[in-house]
Design a protein around this ligand. Structure first.
Ligand code: ZN
Length: 128
């Protein structure tokens, strides 16, 4: 799958955004190591702490299906800035794939690529 195809799936997912409070729709598509792709959209809630970012929804869908390793994530919004995963999402993603490639996409389709370890160089880990 090309970057553009992954971004297209994230863009399609954005159409289902539920963002009545921020009016900041976003979508995400995460590619598993086996090539399967899961998508997600932002799901806001009046109790703001329960809002789910698009990346978390995509990741959660994949994990719920037994996936544990990922190679790429595209995240998009309709804004003029590149859509970067928030800090909480970076931590969620690092739990599974610290080297994940992140495609941060603007509303006009332009994007930049970063690896997660550059965006979150020192994630929290729990080791016994
Ligand atoms: Zn987030």
């Amino acid at each position: 799958m090309t970057d553009r195809e992954l971004i297209s799936l994230a863009n399609e997912a954005m159409a289902n955004s539920y963002s009545p409070y921020s009016h900041f729709p976003s979508g995400a598509a995460i590619e598993c190591d086996d090539g399967e792709v899961f998508t997600g959209c932002v799901i806001e809630n009046a109790a703001f702490g329960h809002t789910l970012c698009a990346e978390t929804v995509a990741l959660s869908s994949a994990v719920a299906e037994g996936k544990r390793s990922f190679r790429r994530l595209a995240v998009i919004s309709d804004g003029v800035n590149y859509t970067m995963p928030c800090g909480a999402c970076r931590q969620m993603l690092a739990e599974f794939s610290p080297q994940l490639e992140i495609l941060a996409v603007r509303g006009d389709g332009r994007y930049v690529s970063h690896t997660l370890d550059k965006l979150l160089p020192h994630p929290f880990t729990y080791r016994t």
